[in-house]
Design a protein around this ligand. Structure first.
Ligand code: GLA
Length: 389
């Protein structure tokens, strides 16, 4: 009897101590998992609904995050970059792009906030060009000229989701769109894709690809308006800008290049050494809205621009393989648009650096070619790199 009680006691102690061990194990493991750290910045790619277009098409909103906490939101409507939250020198996030909180804003008239612009970004003079002796007439939506792909450009189309994932390169969303033969006047069915990749080293990279079944012209860009102090907080005249360009394309009254590439030296156009955007803007009629000829010549990924904002310490570098960049200082913003968080966008509240081929290239044989042949692949990259100082 005594032995049986003894054995039971020993067993009970063993069971209690084992369960104790288990508990101990669980508490030991918790700190290793660092749940708080994961919540702040785990690399992720998610999808939610952004609404429905008037013609009944479902529109999505994709969110990419990286471990520094950078968050980029992209919608399938116009492949638009809806927001981009980036830390300042104290680690505080702010949304540094202009735009709208809801799909409704993007469905209405707006000056291409965050949009992917195509089939031809920027202007084509007299809304026409020739290929192999055939004249193609495009939609004239900027007086007599064609601007940013026409009346219903790529910025107003619903793109298809091809990939939403986290992989070695980063958090990725890839969207595609097929622009049909004759759309806005362009020849050839053009199959396009745009891939946004948010990397672990704080870069938002946009890659563009396209293929055609008929000779055509292509020039794709992203039309984000940036304010590195935070969207809607004021004008961008105090931002410091460096443009890696010794020349710009001179334009006529309709902003169509005359064909002359002029040296920026000793003029208010010169940003080869860093200068505040506002320092000489008063000497440029209407403000900056010019295509700069990048010193790299295009073809390989190279530094095109560097912008820094003194109060937040945010710095943005733009690297591109394109030969040009349109520097635009939001000259047409006039307080008539209310954007994200109820902010009213006044003149110069954002700047754009649209990496691109030169305006009116289809009519300028001396400019780098924008012609795409069947069997050829259009493939370009622009990367926006963020850090603080
Ligand atoms: C581009 C053009 C500008 C203007 C804006 C949109 O940057 O160069 O002239 O059309 O787009 O408002």
């Amino acid at each position: 009897m005594k032995t049986r009680v003894w054995i039971m006691l020993v067993l009970a102690v063993a069971v209690i101590s084992m369960s104790g061990c288990k508990k101990k194990d669980a508490t030991v493991k918790e700190p290793e998992a660092k749940p708080e750290a994961k919540e702040i910045g785990q690399m992720s790619a998610n999808k939610e609904s952004f609404g429905i277009t008037p013609d009944g098409k479902q529109v999505d909103l994709y969110t990419l995050t990286n471990t520094s906490g950078i968050r980029a939101r992209i919608t399938s409507f116009g492949a638009i970059l809806v927001s981009l939250e980036v830390p300042d020198r104290d680690g505080n996030l702010a949304d540094i792009t202009l735009g709208f909180d809801k799909l409704d804003g993007y469905l209405g008239e707006h000056p291409y906030f965050g949009a992917i612009v195509g089939r031809y970004a920027n202007r084509i003079g007299k809304a026409a060009f020739k290929l192999d002796g055939i004249e193609y007439k495009l939609a004239a939506n900027n007086d007599v000229n064609h601007l940013h792909g026409g009346i219903k450009g790529f910025d107003k189309r619903v793109w298809r989701l091809e990939d939403l994932s986290v992989k070695g390169a980063g958090a990725v969303v890839k969207l595609s769109y097929i622009s049909e033969d004759g759309e806005e006047g362009y020849p050839g069915n053009l199959a396009c894709s745009v891939t946004y990749t948010l990397t672990e080293d704080d870069k938002l990279q946009i890659s563009y690809e396209a293929e055609t079944d008929k000779k055509t012209v292509v020039n794709l860009t992203n039309h984000s308006y940036f304010n590195l102090a935070g969207q809607g907080t004021g004008n961008i005249l105090g931002h410091e800008l460096m443009l890696n360009a010794d020349k710009y394309t001179v334009v006529d009254e309709g902003l169509i290049p005359t064909g002359e590439n002029r040296n920026v030296k000793d003029t208010p156009m010169d940003f080869t050494t860093p200068m505040t955007i506002g320092s000489r803007i008063g000497q440029v009629e209407g403000g900056y809205d010019h295509n700069y000829v990048l010193n790299s010549g295009g073809g390989t990924l190279a530094l095109a621009a560097k912008v820094s904002e003194p109060t937040s310490g945010r710095v943005m570098e733009i690297h591109t393989d394109q030969p040009g960049v349109q520097f635009y200082t939001g000259n047409f913003l006039d307080g008539s648009v209310t954007g994200k968080a109820g902010k009213v966008y006044q003149k110069n509240y954002g700047f754009c650096l649209e990496t691109q081929h030169f305006p009116d290239s289809p009519n300028k044989p001396d400019f780098p070619t924008v012609v795409l042949f069947p069997g050829q692949k259009y493939s370009t990259v622009t990367a926006y790199k963020f850090y603080t100082k």
